[in-house]
Design a protein around this ligand. Structure first.
Ligand SMILES: Nc1ncnc2c1ncn2[C@@H]1O[C@H](COP(=O)(O)OP(=O)(O)OP(=O)(O)O)[C@@H](O)[C@H]1O
Length: 880
């Protein structure tokens, strides 16, 4: 997940809190609806008995299911896992490091000269010393390493491998063969909302895909409607014209054999004439099969249909999409949906009902794809257009609308990205301003949607989008069908196993376990498999096809447990996930809410448990300091690197802007760093003649590599800068030497991760001033069109995640250590106190209101990159 850091001082500064106006209930809001019915227990036939006895529905938040605590507290006794186990599950690194054979030395000519070079630069370096300790363990061969690595993989699930399910939907991506369409149409009506779509998480930053509506080549009725305008004039959006569109689109669908379209047509017409509760309910019943609206939906839809800009704050999985889809059916013009991630857009495109034709414009599309969408748009084949914020309002985009393609609604998904206070600020969202939308696109109605926003964030959103304060629709940030529990754990693996073998998790057929680190997911899933729990790991380090397969198997209930990093879940709309377990502490309350929100999307009672282990908290916290130009991992005088692609993505700053800033730090008034030639920093080494250890024996660099590398699939992967720093030589000397070894046939190597490289000469004393100066300078550069493609004169910044992490830890810590269990909490079940803390956090935006221990990080340790322009937001971000 994109999760930039931000400066936390201001986050905790009460003086910066904005008024509560934005979150006051709408003046014209109807009296609060009656409390929702208690969540229903699941009726999974396989687990019916268990559900009857163990998953009793609770009246609102008061139900007290069997506490999970017993499972965890009972687990306190298992012997602690050796601390090294997780970081080096196979013990390879330590075995390699202590290999005895590495001490002797008969150097080749090149190696001895290289050794001299190293010793010349670094007299204290004693290559033998690093390997001199006797090591009883035999050094693993490459074959052993590979075998160990293979063994770490979880056995395949019982289910036979399936080819990727074919789906055809008018709003599908292009690989989908049309013939499969009908079979994969979402069933209507969907009883109980049980129908799961397999949502593919493309997660493909910058990946190229062809997006094509399956109906693109067919003249839809919307298109013919537009063409029928006399003299080619554009429709004015009158009700009749709209009815034409809906009617004809539905007729077309009727030709394909869809049932009940006449009912849909009538329902749309009725809702268009009178968007009453009754008419709208009929509409969602005939289109989606939903019995009624969920909290907030009806109000939002009615406001939007009436042309009023609205801010919608509903929990994850509460049904925000419906709030733009239904108006899109009713309103005459186009609905634009701005969404931050390609995977989300694709997912939402697929979710559109069949007769609501959709299209997509993303910055990662090729020019051909862009023009194809354009053609369809101009031809009237698209009613809902998903747009990435980068594409939105740029010249090319505006040209599309020059010939007055009418836009009825702009829906902004993940609207918190607008706010610099949010956990996911994206500079590209800054172009989303009501004034701009009005001026450039004549848009009058905006719907902003998010699941996580503090008061400050909301305030920024409604200001930017000029949403009237009485048009804020806000429900609690967490669904009340989630039972939340936390237990402290000294041995998370054992506790996890116990948890999974105890009620209620033992009866669940669909569980997600979230881990912080990729290696952890592999290790944990293997451990579970070894203990007869079918589990698969999922993280962004896996090839895309493996990830897709895991997700598909999970969605079709062929895998019961997925052990994943944060990479899993974006765009996942599996409605019957029954449990979410946090093996690692989430990095913020926002992340906690998002991840727990993947459970119980069908409204049934579901369980979320967090295993709190303070060691992990401190580990994550220290890692948080390792980002940015001046991170604590980057000492002065050493070679440092910023991998272009990941840094650009992480900070949401174009690569060339990153370089611009680094350059300014080099050539500005004060020289803080010296830029080095760019090179690829990650190197994988393959040995061909001598064994790694034998060669390391003779070669200083290889020795250092063995010391500093990780093993992946039996090969040695290392960071070139680390080796250069270790040997106190320049990076090009490392490459030269690797080349020599390559020419001698000893090794071959592969390089990846192009990076900006630099040496820090001086760490800034006053980060704020430096940040402000660079911001100013950058703005000047931008306005002088040197970087005409960069976003507007937007501040760049990095959010400080540390305060957010601390707040998350404080909440979990409170639950396990301080909660008196008087207000509905019992054992490790802490739903009431967690909800209360979350409410405090989001309503006051005062992290310290949740934090109850001294978590205020020292200012100089803030992790940031580049900062804000706003005067009230502390800048910097070049961090220590
Ligand atoms: N009124 C309703 N009745 C029953 N199911 C509904 C209703 N509205 C939405 N749903 C279902 O709820 C699920 C979640 O909807 P949706 O994806 O729109 O949620 P969301 O709020 O956008 O979630 P996220 O924040 O994760 O994007 C979907 O499966 C959807 O079909």
């Amino acid at each position: 997940m994109y999760s930039p850091q931000r400066d936390g001082d201001s986050d905790s500064d009460g003086s910066l809190l904005l008024s509560d106006v934005s979150v006051s209930p709408p003046r014209r809001r109807a009296p609060p609806p009656p409390p929702p019915p208690p969540p229903k227990p699941r009726s999974n036939p396989k687990h019916t008995a268990a559900a009857k006895t163990k998953l009793k529905p609770k009246p609102n938040a008061k139900t007290k299911p069997k506490p999970v605590a017993s499972a965890c507290t009972a687990a306190a006794s298992p012997p602690p896992l050796p601390s090294a186990a997780l970081s080096d599950p196979h013990g390879l690194a330590s075995r390699i490091a202590t290999a005895p054979a590495l001490v002797a030395a008969t150097s080749t000519a090149s190696s001895s000269s290289f050794r001299r070079l190293v010793q010349l630069r670094n007299p204290s370096f004693d290559p033998a010393a690093a390997f001199s300790a006797p090591a009883p363990a035999p050094t693993p061969t490459l074959t052993e390493v590979a075998t160990a690595s293979a063994a770490a993989q979880c056995p395949a699930p019982d289910a036979p491998p399936q080819s990727r399910p074919k789906r055809v939907h008018p709003n599908s991506v292009s690989e989908v063969p049309p013939a499969a369409a009908e079979a994969e149409q979402p069933k209507r009506p969907r009883g109980g909302g049980e129908g799961n779509f397999v949502r593919l998480n493309i997660n493909g930053y910058g990946r190229r895909r062809t997006f094509r509506n399956a109906q693109a080549r067919r003249p839809t009725k919307y298109r013919s409607w537009r063409r029928q305008r006399p003299g080619g004039t554009k429709p004015g959006g009158s009700g009749d014209e709209e009815a034409d569109f809906v009617a004809e689109a539905l007729m077309e669908r009727g030709k394909k054999g869809a049932a009940g379209d006449n009912g849909v047509l009538e329902a749309v017409e009725a809702a268009r004439k009178d968007p009453s509760k009754q008419n709208l309910e009929t509409l969602i019943r005939v289109t989606y099969g939903f019995d009624s609206f969920r909290e907030g939906q009806l109000e939002a839809i009615q406001k939007v249909v009436a042309g009023e800009s609205t801010m919608l704050l509903l929990p994850t999985g509460a049904g925000k999409s419906l709030c733009y889809q239904v108006p899109a059916m009713i309103l005459s013009g186009l609905t634009l949906v701005v969404s931050p991630l390609l995977s989300l857009m694709v997912d939402q495109l697929r979710k559109l009902p069949a007769f609501l034709p959709g299209g997509l414009l993303a910055s990662s599309q090729t020019s051909d794809e862009f023009h194809e969408t354009l053609q369809r748009l101009r031809g009237g084949d698209i009613k809902v257009l998903f747009v990435s914020p980068e594409r939105f309002l740029n010249e090319e985009f505006l040209l599309i609308f020059r010939d007055a393609l009418p836009i009825s609604l702009v829906a902004i998904d993940e609207a918190h990205c607008i706010s610099e206070w949010s956990h996911n600020f994206r500079p590209s969202y800054l172009r989303l301003r009501a004034s701009l939308l009005r001026r450039k696109l004549s848009v009058q109605c905006i719907l902003a949607m998010t699941a996580t926003a503090t008061t400050q964030t909301l305030d920024e959103i409604v200001n930017a989008l000029e949403i009237p304060s009485n048009n804020l629709i806000k429900t609690s940030q967490m669904r009340d069908n989630l039972q939340l529990s936390i237990s402290s754990s000294d041995n998370r693996l054992k506790d996890l196993l116990l948890l999974l073998k105890s009620s209620p998790f033992v009866d669940m057929r669909s569980i997600i376990i979230y881990c912080k680190f990729q290696g952890e997911t592999d290790y944990v899933s293997k451990y579970l498999c070894d203990n007869n729990i079918t589990a698969k790991s999922y993280h962004s380090g896996l090839p895309m096809k493996n990830r897709t397969r895991v997700q598909e198997l999970f969605c079709s209930n062929k895998i019961r447990v997925v052990v994943a990093t944060v990479a899993f879940g974006m765009g996942l709309d599996k409605s019957d996930v029954e449990g979410v377990i946090h093996y690692s502490l989430p990095e913020s309350l926002e992340e906690y809410i998002q991840e727990t929100g993947r459970a119980g999307r069908d409204g049934r009672l579901s369980y979320c448990h967090l295993l709190l282990d303070s060691t992990t908290f401190y580990k994550i916290r220290s890692l948080s300091h390792s980002d940015g130009v001046f991170s604590s991992d980057n000492p002065m005088g050493r070679i440092c690197s910023l991998v272009k692609e990941s840094a650009s993505r992480k900070f949401d700053i174009k690569e060339e802007v990153l370089l611009t800033v680094l350059t300014q730090l080099e050539i500005g008034g004060q020289q803080y760093l010296r830029l080095l030639p760019q090179f690829s920093v990650t190197c994988t080494l393959y040995f061909h003649k001598m064994s790694p250890q034998l060669l390391a024996d003779k070669d200083v660099l290889v020795r250092s590599v063995l010391n500093k590398s990780e093993t992946k699939d039996g090969n040695f992967v290392f960071d070139v800068t680390k080796i250069a720093n270790d040997l106190n030589i320049a990076a090009n000397e490392v490459f030269d030497h690797l080349q020599q070894l390559k020419f001698s046939g000893e090794i071959s190597f592969e390089l990846k991760d192009p990076a900006y490289c630099y040496v820090i000469l001086k760490k800034p004393d006053d980060l704020n001033t430096l940040s402000a100066n660079i911001t100013k300078w950058l703005s000047e550069v931008e306005s002088s069109k040197v970087h005409c493609k960069t976003p507007p004169n937007a501040p760049f910044f990095l959010i400080n995640n540390i305060m957010k992490l601390d707040a998350m830890f404080a909440l979990a810590n409170f639950a396990v250590k301080e909660c008196q269990r008087t207000d509905g909490c019992s054992g490790s079940q802490h739903t009431p106190c967690i909800q209360k803390k979350i409410m405090q956090y989001f309503s006051k935006n005062d992290i310290t209101s949740v934090s109850n221990h001294n978590t205020q990080p020292h200012r100089s340790r803030f992790v940031c990159f580049i900062f804000p322009i706003k005067t009230n937001i502390p800048a910097i971000h070049l961090c220590y």
